[in-house]
Design a protein around this ligand. Structure first.
Ligand SMILES: *[C@@H]1O[C@H](CO)[C@@H](O)[C@H](O)[C@H]1NC(C)=O
Ligand SMILES: *[C@@H]1O[C@H](CO)[C@@H](O)[C@H](O)[C@H]1NC(C)=O
Ligand SMILES: [Cu+2]
Length: 255
């Protein structure tokens, strides 16, 4: 028995340590940007020479929604570049792999100095707003007609498309994109969060969104006992609150 069970335990540890993920590539305004690559980048410590912030936790999840690591990951110090992104355009995140079920959602925050994001961590400012979310969503290929957003992402080559609101003011922003894994989320602290941030310069926006009126804090907007966080994955899909945890996505004011 012992001889058999030891290799099995070992195999399952190996499988689970590989079974996480991160955004490998961003596509914005027709340009591709590589990100920090945990474990394969030759210099493991430096931020990427790009727009994506360092992932101090590598491909591993955040477990405490109230920790500052929920903002942009552990040690997410500023990256050297900003991508140019047109307000109203669609950007694409490509994950290296995504082996879990759960929702996908994205927030943004302006960087307060108005020039770049070099002095902004975002952990204490009430300037985050959600721009998109997808939990259990309609999916024609699923037999029930519903599936997790992450299944759609997986079927699309681990890509996820995010439309940047038209109503932003031009300037520097962080984009915070996140998947959540629910396989252990039936207990408090069991949900896994995979947030990561990229730096962008938005232009062409209509400047009609009042961020002061809609802004939330991260950590803060996602709570350990949110219905979308504390959820038993053995329950039917239709029991999941259709939306991701946290506040609802902003709606651009009609002008
Ligand atoms: C963004 O646009 C500015 C102005 O055209 C340019 O100088 C800068 O290199 C661009 N950034 C990137 C990452 O392409
Ligand atoms: C995202 O957009 C790309 C390019 O249009 C497309 O190939 C891909 O299927 C899309 N992904 C999803 C999840 O819709
Ligand atoms: Cu994982």
């Amino acid at each position: 028995m012992v001889l058999i069970s030891i290799p099995l335990v070992f195999a399952s540890l190996v499988a689970s340590s590989a079974a996480h993920g991160h955004v490998r590539k961003w596509r914005m305004n027709g340009k591709s940007y590589t990100t920090y690559e945990p474990y394969s980048q030759p210099d493991f410590k430096q931020p990427p020479k790009g727009i994506a912030r360092f992932l101090g936790n590598g491909i591993n999840p955040m477990k405490d929604p109230l920790s500052p690591a929920m903002t942009c990951n552990v040690d997410s110090y500023p990256a050297p570049l900003m991508a140019n992104v047109t307000a109203g355009s669609t950007i694409t995140a490509t994950w290296n792999s995504w082996p879990h079920v759960g929702p996908i959602y994205t927030y943004m925050s302006p960087c307060p100095n108005g020039r770049d994001c070099s002095d902004f961590l975002g952990t204490t400012s009430r300037t985050w707003f959600k721009i998109e979310e997808a939990g259990v969503v309609p999916y024609a290929y699923a037999s029930s007609g519903l599936d997790w957003a992450t299944q759609i992402m997986y079927d699309a080559g681990n890509t996820w498309n995010i439309t940047i609101p038209k109503c932003l003011s031009d300037g520097p922003y962080l984009i915070r994109h996140e998947t959540m894994a629910i396989q252990d989320s039936n207990v408090l602290g069991g949900a896994q969060f995979y947030p990561q941030c990229a730096q962008v310069w938005i232009s062409g926006g209509s400047a009609t969104l009042d961020i002061g009126a809609v802004g939330v804090q991260l950590p803060g907007d996602i709570q350990p006992d949110d219905a979308g966080v504390l959820f038993d994955p053995r329950k039917p899909l239709t029991d999941y609150v259709y939306k991701a945890p946290g506040s609802r996505p902003i709606v651009c004011p009609s002008v």
